[in-house]
Design a protein around this ligand. Structure first.
Ligand SMILES: [Zn+2]
Length: 75
């Protein structure tokens, strides 16, 4: 509907890594200011995914413990 407005919004961004102002025309790695920041962002994502995919504890072990405690208190 407003292509001119959308264009101007898309032109100026901040580098998500170092918060440097970036320009979609000037920066080849837009919205990042440089390839270094683009790779750093990729690294952040892969390390976050690694943390999420490795649980701190196994919930089934916790459930088993709760059942054992409940049985002990019944007697
Ligand atoms: Zn940057």
């Amino acid at each position: 509907m407003f292509p001119a407005l959308r264009y101007s919004v898309a032109m100026k961004r901040q580098c998500p890594i170092c918060k440097k102002p970036t320009d979609s025309e000037a920066d080849r790695d837009f919205p990042f200011c440089s390839e270094r920041c683009r790779l750093l962002d990729l690294g952040n994502w892969s390390s976050e995914r690694y943390v999420i995919s490795s649980p701190a504890f196994d919930e089934s072990i916790l459930e088993g413990l709760e059942r054992e405690i409940a049985e002990e208190t019944d007697q």
